[in-house]
Design a protein around this ligand. Structure first.
Ligand SMILES: Nc1ncnc2c1ncn2[C@@H]1O[C@H](COP(=O)(O)OP(=O)(O)OP(=O)(O)O)[C@@H](O)[C@H]1O
Ligand SMILES: C[C@H](N)[C@H](N)CCCCCC(=O)O
Ligand SMILES: [Mg+2]
Length: 238
C-alpha cells in the first residue's frame, strides 16, 4: 500500500499545487494515482475543490473528497457551524486504504497544517497518518519564518512516530532573498528530512501541459539523489 499524506506548515503554502506536482510526476512514471481531499472547506457545492485542481493540473487521477463545508475554516469549526457531521481520522484512513487497493499511489491532502482539527474530539490528519502508517510530506514556505514552522511540524511528526517523507517548498520566488537562499541549507537540518524540491512561484498558473512537463523536474533532485542548492540561487548565501 502506497499512501503519502501531504500536509503543510500552514494554509495557503502550496499543498494543492505540490500534490499536483507529485501526482504528475507519478503519472509520468506510469503509475496510477488517486487524490483524497480529506475535507474541503470554503468551497461551494458547485465549485472545483482542491482535488479537482490537482486533476486539472496533473491529469488522469481519481479524486475523492469526504466532506465539503461552505465556511473557509478548519474542518471541525466549519462542520460545527454547518450543523453537519465532521470527518473522523479513521474515515480518512479507511478511504485512503480503499483507494490504495485500486491505485499505485494515493495522495491525501489535509486542510491547513498538521494539527488543524477535523472533529470536536481534536482528531487531526496526523491521527489518520498514524492509522495508515503512512509517511507525511511537509510543504513549507520559502522565506523567513519557515524554519520555525517546519521544525514544529517535524517535531510533531516525530513525537507520533510518523515518518517524514521530506520537505517541499511550495512556492519558490523568482528573486529569492537572503533568508530564502539560506533556507535551502537549513530546512533539511531543522526538518530532519530531505528537501525534496521546490515549485516555482506561479506554477499553479501554468497551462496543464506546461505543468505536467515541468513538474518532474521540480522534484527531480530527490529522484536523482542530488539536490543542487545552487540551482535555486543558494550558493551565494553560503
Ligand atoms: N507554486 C505556486 N504557483 C502558483 N500559485 C501558487 C503556488 N503555491 C501556492 N500558490 C497559490 O497560493 C494559494 C495557496 O495554494 P494552495 O491552494 O496550494 O494552498 P494549500 O496549502 O493547499 O491551502 P489549503 O490549506 O487551503 O489547502 C493558491 O491561491 C495558489 O494558487
Ligand atoms: C479555508 C482554508 N483554505 C483551509 N482549507 C482551511 C485552513 C484552516 C486553518 C486553521 C488554522 O490553522 O488556524
Ligand atoms: Mg489545498
Amino acid at each position: 500500500m502506497t499512501v503519502l499524506v501531504i500536509t503543510g506548515t500552514g494554509t495557503e503554502v502550496g499543498k494543492t499545487v505540490t500534490t499536483a506536482a507529485v501526482a504528475a510526476t507519478a503519472l509520468a512514471a506510469g503509475r496510477t494515482v488517486a487524490v483524497l481531499k480529506a475535507a474541503q472547506t470554503g468551497v461551494l457545492p458547485d465549485e472545483p475543490g482542491d482535488a479537482a485542481e490537482v486533476a486539472r493540473l496533473a491529469g488522469a487521477v481519481s479524486t475523492a473528497e469526504l466532506a465539503r463545508y461552505p465556511d473557509p475554516l478548519a474542518p471541525a469549526t466549519a462542520a460545527r457551524r454547518a450543523g453537519r457531521a465532521p470527518v473522523r481520522p479513521w474515515e480518512i484512513a479507511e478511504a485512503a486504504a480503499k483507494l490504495a487497493t485500486e491505485h499505485d499511489l494515493v495522495l491525501v491532502e489535509g486542510a491547513g497544517g498538521l494539527l488543524v482539527r477535523f472533529d470536536a474530539d481534536g482528531g487531526t490528519l496526523a491521527d489518520a497518518a498514524v492509522r495508515l502508517g503512512a509517511p507525511v510530506l511537509v510543504v513549507a514556505t520559502a522565506g523567513l519564518g519557515t524554519l520555525n514552522t517546519t521544525e514544529l511540524t517535524a517535531r510533531e511528526l516525530a513525537s507520533r512516530g510518523l515518518e517524514s517523507a521530506g520537505v517541499v517548498i511550495g512556492s519558490w520566488p523568482d528573486s529569492p532573498d537572503l533568508a530564502t537562499r539560506c533556507n535551502v541549507t537549513d530546512l533539511p537540518e531543522v526538518a530532519g528530512a530531505p528537501l525534496l524540491g521546490a515549485l516555482p512561484a506561479g506554477a499553479g498558473a501554468l497551462s496543464p501541459a506546461g505543468f505536467r512537463a515541468a513538474a518532474p523536474t521540480w522534484l527531480a533532485p530527490r529522484l536523482n539523489g542530488t539536490w543542487d542548492a545552487a540551482e535555486f540561487g543558494a550558493r551565494e548565501a553560503l
